[in-house]
Design a protein around this ligand. Structure first.
Ligand code: FDA
Length: 300
């Protein structure tokens, strides 16, 4: 119930646009690394100092106007320049809808090409984050077209989709981030039960570790992380074939522990004014994250 409520709130366009005007609120500052690139670079440098690399998300979604998508593209180009100028260990994560996928497919493709092209000059990887089912097919189409010209692109496989294994096999030669899946999806397309999603998640991770190019295992679930540690040991999978990923501000102790144990670790660093939808999805995933809100309210 709570999950559905927060997913609903995350998709409320009025609340999303209102929140932009008021800066980070409700505890979002613990999981969003500031509203501007300077603050984000500062956080990235701190994480890099622990041997942790970063993937940077200049937050944005629900873009229905060309000028907003163009502005988002310019901001992401600035992030690429900042990564290069500051010599930090970081790459880009972005959402196709932020760059106009809901406006026009080719408009979005051209925006993406500009970003991937600039990132390619500096040897920076670009990850296409995956959104809800309605955007799944066009997002893979974008990846197909981008990879005809560039090899610094990859994407995400969401374990709750019945078609995840098929997509994994099709894109096995890409650097892939494997996740459980964050959106509310229809029963027709996706597993609904946590047990089934976890089972498929493990199956996909194991398959890509054995057959794929590079696997980013993106989860805060210590049981799955421990399972992967055992699996790679048993199957002699070298550390340079995979990394663990977690979101900024979550389980920091575990992030540092994994990095100190010698595993490649990458923190997903979101920043920007468009924080509301991202923050609501984090509350949907784990209602305990409401503690962040409570602390903020009572610390006033
Ligand atoms: P889940 O929420 O299932 O929790 C499992 C268990 O782990 C909990 O019961 C608890 O024991 C422990 N746990 C979890 N969080 C904890 C915490 N904060 N503190 C203590 N214990 C905790 N989704 C998507 O659809 N598209 C995408 O592109 C991405 N990208 C992405 C990148 C990265 C880096 C991450 C980490 C996640 C995503 N996601 C995503 C989100 C993903 O699909 C999923 O919704 C969340 O990661 C939540 O699932 P988990 O596997 O983290 O654990």
């Amino acid at each position: 119930m709570l999950k559905d409520l927060f997913i609903g709130l995350s998709q409320n366009q009025f609340l999303n646009s209102t929140a932009k005007k008021y800066g980070l609120k409700m505890g979002a500052q613990s999981v969003v690394a500031g509203t501007n690139i300077e603050e984000a670079i500062k956080s990235i440098k701190e994480l890099n100092a622990y041997g942790i690399s970063c993937t940077v998300d200049n937050l944005g979604e629900f873009v229905f106007k060309e000028e907003e998508a163009t502005a988002a593209k310019e901001q992401i180009l600035n992030v690429i320049e900042a990564i290069h100028a500051n010599k930090v260990d970081a790459h880009i994560s972005l959402k196709p809808t932020q760059l106009g996928l809901d406006i026009d497919y080719y408009f979005c493709l051209n925006n993406l090409k500009e970003i991937v092209d600039r990132a390619n000059v500096y040897d920076i990887f670009v990850n296409l984050d995956m959104e809800d089912y309605g955007h799944l097919k066009p997002s893979f189409d974008l990846l197909d077209e981008l990879s005809m010209e560039y090899n610094n692109v990859g994407t995400v496989i969401q374990a709750y989709f019945f078609e995840a294994q098929e997509n994994l096999e099709k894109y096995k030669n890409y650097r892939l981030r494997i996740v459980k899946g964050a959106y509310k999806e229809p029963e027709k397309y996706a597993y609904q039960e946590k047990r089934e999603i976890d089972k498929n998640f493990i199956k996909l991770i194991e398959w890509h570790l054995l057959n794929g190019k590079f696997t980013s295992i993106a989860t805060h679930d210590h049981r799955i992380i421990n399972h992967v540690k055992e699996f790679v040991k048993k199957n002699d999978i070298p550390n340079d074939k995979f990394e663990f990923q977690m979101l900024y501000g979550f389980r920091k102790d575990l992030q540092l522990k994994l990095a100190s144990e010698g595993y490649n670790f990458c923190t997903y660093v979101p920043f920007g004014n468009d924080w509301y939808g991202y923050f609501m999805r984090r509350l949907a995933e784990r209602p305990q994250n409401l503690n962040l809100v409570a602390k903020q309210v009572f610390n006033k």
